[in-house]
Design a protein around this ligand. Structure first.
Ligand code: XMP
Length: 513
């Protein structure tokens, strides 16, 4: 594997992703991770990430003692390169000019650039520069403003890049990272097939003859996990899918049709009445979210008890935790967790209380979302679930503003279905990160035929985003929006007005509640 030591760059995760795309397993650890922790990963190479510090800061972060002495290749990126040079006796200074953005390499060569030819655009973002090379190093790339844009010491196998090879703005950066893998001798066998075999073996080892309980949400993570676990432990898995009445049109049937034929022992719990009852008359968004979270746990625990009585006690609870949730990086927990939680109390299917007294099985702890999608394809999860937009745990309840009712859920379900089916039909679905319909409590006057109407306003929202922390509203074609508006007012009598949400996040959030 390759171990990436994180010194606080916003791009650190991208380095890991790039390596994995190249078929190599890589792990992110805090920059200060002790030598023993690093060695647990059996590293064949180390990357020192970028970061906001200057090597001359009193608090400048550095690798733990012994790390730089390891006899394996080390690649420093940006701050990492400056650290490498500084540590080896070179000089680093605040550059006269802060360099930020794209720069052409005016010259390049050496092992990292092997097989690369032609123009090389590099993404720079630094204010310090290496001004004097340490002994044994050579400059292998430069730009007009940065005479030392890349360095190498082929004896000690130490390499440095002042620019960021991991970002898309460095189009040939992937080749550099690939060359580093070759220098390290890292096998490129991190493929979906390989991952599945390994995960199944790991689960079998952990679970033994034990029984496993899993909450299915209908999303890609828990569905894929269900398929994987069914392969690993067969009938000793019970997957529980709670129909809280806040699902999309046909969702329950789709989930059942996707999982049961592939051998998942799936139990669907009809908890619609309980949820509806608990939510009756509740209009405060936070209150709604809390009630749904609470009811979910109740329903799940109730069903777990029934299943345990029938088939025997469960020893393990499986969760679809992903790598971004657990990265031990410089910034602690991933931003999407810490940031969003202050604004809205999230309810995640599978986000169950700790006192359930199960041991956890989390096979996806080392995977990124796109890797889970790649597994899902091999495990046979249908495309429409595999490539689905995220859907919040509280479901349509937080898209029906104010107090919900069976009738309102029914209206919203039909509007949502027209919009989402339309996006798919017009080939626009995959271009959006998330799309949703909202039922507002606004009633307004309209005319249909010769009749006066006084009906609800539906809002449509589609966004593009990488991380769901910030988002742009999707510039959907007007013609498409016109078609959607027509279909909705014609198909859903309770709606006589359709609006499109043209607000980014911030200041708005993606969901309306
Ligand atoms: P907001 O509305 O905060 O949403 O901009 C950001 C992303 O999080 C999803 N979301 C949730 N997901 N449980 C979830 O599993 C929740 O309670 C929840 N609330 C919001 C939202 O759909 C968007 O993708």
């Amino acid at each position: 594997s390759v171990v990436i030591l994180d010194f606080g760059s916003q791009f650190t995760r991208l380095i890991a992703r790039r390596f994995r795309e190249l078929g190599a397993y890589s792990v992110i650890l805090p920059g200060s991770a002790p030598l023993e922790r690093i060695q647990q990963e059996s590293p064949q190479g180390i990357v020192l990430s970028g970061g906001p510090s200057s090597v001359y800061d009193a608090q400048a972060p550095k690798p733990a003692p012994g790390v730089m002495d390891l006899d394996i290749p080390i690649l420093g990126v940006c701050y990492g390169m400056q650290y490498l040079a500084h540590e080896a006796g070179g000089d680093v200074k605040r550059a006269g000019k802060r360099e930020y953005g794209k720069a052409d390499l005016t010259r390049y060569g050496g092992q990292l650039f092997e097989g690369i030819s032609g123009e090389f655009v590099a993404w720079m973002s630094h204010s310090d520069s290496v001004t004097q090379l340490p002994q044994g190093y050579e400059v292998i790339a430069e730009t007009a403003d940065t005479p030392v844009a890349a360095i190498e010491n082929t004896q000690t196998r130490r390499y440095g890049l002042q620019f960021h090879p991991e970002v898309v703005h460095t189009p040939k950066g992937g080749q550099i990272l690939g060359n580093f893998l070759s220098i390290c001798g890292v096998a490129r066998d991190w493929t979906a097939e390989h991952i599945i075999d390994e995960l199944i073996a790991d689960v079998q080892k952990q679970v033994g003859e034990g029984r496993v309980l899993l909450a299915i949400s209908g999303g890609v993570d828990s569905s894929t996990l269900g398929l994987l676990l069914a392969r690993a432990v067969g009938e000793r898995l019970t997957a529980v899918f709670i129909d809280h009445g806040l699902l999309r049109l046909g969702e329950r049937e789709q989930v059942e049709a996707a999982l049961i034929p592939l051998g998942v022992h799936l139990v669907t719990v009809d908890a619609r009445a309980e949820f509806m009852g608990a939510l009756e008359g509740v209009s405060d968004p936070e209150q709604k979210r809390k009630i749904i979270g609470r009811e979910f746990i109740r329903a799940f625990e109730r069903e777990a008890a029934i299943q345990a009585k029938e088939h025997g006690q469960f020893d393990f609870l499986a969760q679809g935790t992903l790598y971004p949730d657990v990265i031990e990086s410089a910034g602690g927990l991933s931003a999407d967790k810490s940031g969003a939680a202050n604004i809205k109390s999230h309810h995640n299917v599978g986000g169950l209380p700790e006192d359930l007294n199960f041991k956890l099985v989390e096979p996806f702890r080392t995977l990124f979302k796109d890797e889970v999608r790649a597994l899902a394809r091999l495990l046979g999860l249908p495309e429409h679930i595999r490539m689905r937009h995220p859907f919040p745990g509280p479901g349509l309840a937080i898209r029906c503003l104010g107090a919900i009712s069976e009738d309102k859920m029914d209206i919203l379900r039909r509007v949502d279905d027209i919009f989402i089916s339309g996006l798919r039909e017009f080939g626009l679905y995959d271009g959006c990160s998330q799309a949703l319909a909202i039922l507002t409590p606004i009633q307004s006057v309209g005319v249909m035929g010769d009749e006066r109407t006084y009906s609800y306003t539906a809002a449509l929202r589609a966004v593009t985003t990488d991380d769901y922390m910030t988002a742009e509203w999707a510039r959907l074609p007007w013609e498409f929006l016109a078609t959607m508006s027509n279909r909705i007012v014609n198909g859903v009598h309770e709606i006589n007005r359709v609006v499109y949400d043209i607000t980014g996040k911030p200041p708005a959030t993606i969901e309306w509640e």
